[in-house]
Design a protein around this ligand. Structure first.
Ligand code: FES
Length: 157
């Protein structure tokens, strides 16, 4: 069978692409290797907060999902949301809900390990927003909180 110069050229190019593909995708595949551990969906309770100037105000009264110690919730407000956890009496942490890896919203909480879990690629953050498991490499932004009676005031600005 005679192979034309054109066919030879096309087959050579195709072979080169096939051989080069694993090398080109290698870094991408490597970065995704651990990216299948995020739990699907959301298990965090949501609470509606109200914006007041640069603050978000949320109820922490007895009916609030974050009234008891050891709880956490996603607090939604008019133009965003924050994660709030309540590790001990009168102590509340407010953290950005935007994962520092690729910007997914964090919607899961592992109450066994007290860690927030990103649903996209499984990054984990402790109650202060520090990374405990990547791929995220930076902590969640933390916001100042103040308890005033049955309200939690989160300074977002
Ligand atoms: S966006 Fe990738 S782990 Fe959160």
């Amino acid at each position: 069978m005679k192979v034309s110069r054109r066919d030879f050229f096309i087959k050579t190019i195709q072979g080169g692409i096939i051989l080069a593909l694993p090398g080109a995708l290698g870094p991408f595949l490597e970065s995704c290797k651990n990216n299948i551990t995020g739990p699907a969906g959301s298990n965090l309770s949501t609470v509606q907060g109200t914006t007041s100037g640069t603050n978000v105000v949320v109820s922490i009264g007895s009916s609030s999902p974050i009234a008891n110690t050891g709880t956490a919730a996603l607090v939604n407000f008019s133009n965003g949301s924050v994660l709030v956890d309540h590790p001990s009496t009168s102590v509340y942490n407010a953290l950005s809900s935007i994962c520092t890896h690729q910007g997914c919203q964090i919607t899961n909480f592992d109450s066994g390990s007290n860690q927030f879990v990103c649903p996209c690629h499984g990054s984990r953050f402790d109650l202060n927003g520090n990374v405990t498991q990547g791929p995220a490499g930076a902590p969640l932004q933390k916001f100042q909180t103040t308890v005033s009676g049955s309200q939690l005031i989160i300074k977002i600005g």
